[in-house]
Design a protein around this ligand. Structure first.
Ligand code: PLP
Length: 373
């Protein structure tokens, strides 16, 4: 039995006719840039997140970068980010000229340890970017309390958590702004790169809408940095259709996570858990194991595709050599980086496929124990 890591064909097949029609419509109108579909998607996505504004952008990375720049964060400033995240979270900070300050993750979770944030705050700290990694919400109450006390901006990196809830409220509506990615494999994906910033800050909304569109508030009057970071109309048309299915897809992901959890109980594999006051959306289902490389190779031989998110923590990346970090600086992130394994996770995964993956894991762990003794 083959088990792919993701299966976008399965997601698109039932929607293909509708999607083709929507794309054809954009061609008929030739409204390729900031067409009506972009406005409509922005309204619908803002409503979905429970915020006033959404701004369609060309990627999640752009959303983070523009938010930082619009809040005047740059040279000489520091921004707190988790050590365990995708490069884009920290890269956005570097791109505006500020310094990413890493904080380790909380034991038995994959998100920033809010208890360690305070020690990382200096006079230069301007913002915190919590990440809802793998679709599991970060500790927003604790993080917002620290931010308020120290007068810091909070930009949620919600690029893996479209639709998740924290204490009954959608993530993306806690911070000053939140960045989403519509990279095709995300919970809500475009037909290529795309992203959005959502916010209740009307001034920020106006500023980012100008920045993404050549710095214009009116045509050929460039009032701010004249970037081109617009969401294409074709992507907005596709996203409008897919947004209507997002809650149903996320519910299916939660079912799959429950099945994995059940099949892997007492298996020696450490399964991921979300706090009971959150509703996660399982962008990824990341377990921890010993002897990961051998396990991954064994699964691969059996037609089971897995991945690593992320094998090398950001503070040890060659790009961040200049920050002078070394192994041991963020021990939990480092330990977990050697143990994590992302299992196949997508809404259309079948129960048989999950059982097959779980059995393969259990057989491997059992043989390992035999070889150790
Ligand atoms: C995908 C992702 C991003 C960036 O998204 P792009 O649209 O690829 O630029 C940022 N942060 C996290 C945690 C992500 O997973």
């Amino acid at each position: 039995m083959k088990v792919p890591f993701v299966n976008l064909q399965a997601q698109h097949e039932p929607l293909q006719t509708e999607i083709n029609l929507a794309i054809a419509n954009v061609f008929t109108n030739t409204s390729f840039i900031l067409g009506e579909e972009v406005n409509k998607f922005e309204e619908e996505f803002a409503a979905y997140c429970g915020v006033k504004h959404a701004i369609g952008l060309d990627s999640g990375l752009s959303a983070l970068k523009l938010a930082l720049e619009a809040y005047n964060i740059g040279e000489g400033d520091e921004v707190i980010v988790p050590a365990n995240t995708f490069i884009a979270t920290a890269a956005a900070v570097s791109f505006v000229g500020a310094k990413p300050v890493f904080v380790d993750i909380k034991p038995n979770t994959y998100n920033i340890d809010s208890a360690k944030i305070e020690a990382a705050i200096t006079e230069r700290t301007k913002a915190i970017i919590p990440v809802h990694l793998y679709g599991i919400p970060a500790d927003m109450n604790e993080i917002m309390a620290i931010a308020n006390q120290h007068n810091l901006i909070v930009i949620e990196d919600a690029c893996q958590a479209h639709g998740a809830y924290y204490r009954g409220q959608r993530i993306g509506s806690f911070g000053h702004a939140a960045a989403f990615s519509f990279y095709p494999a995300k919970n809500l994906g475009a037909a290529g790169d795309g992203g959005a910033l959502v916010t209740n800050d009307s001034q920020l909304n106006a500023q980012i809408k100008a920045m993404r569109n050549c710095g214009q508030k009116e045509k050929y009057v460039h009032v701010t940095t004249p970037y081109n970071h617009r969401l294409d109309t074709v992507h907005a048309a596709v996203l409008r259709i897919k947004l209507r299915h997002l809650d149903e897809w996320n519910a299916l992901r939660r079912q799959k996570a429950t099945l994995y959890h059940r099949f892997l109980l007492h298996s020696g594999v450490i399964t991921p858990a979300a706090p009971n006051y959150t509703i996660p959306v399982w962008h990824l289902y990341v377990v921890r194991v010993q002897n990961r490389a051998a396990l991954q190779a064994r699964l691969n031989e059996q037609g089971i595709s897995t991945a690593l998110h992320y094998p090398l923590p950001l503070h040890l990346q060659p790009y961040y050599e200049n920050l002078g970090h070394q192994r041991g600086d963020f021990p939990i992130t480092e330990t977990y980086a050697d143990q994590i394994l992302s299992l196949p996770m997508f809404p259309e995964l079948s129960e048989e496929q999950i059982e097959h993956v779980a059995n393969a894991l259990k057989v491997f762990v059992a043989t390992q124990e035999l070889t150790i003794t």
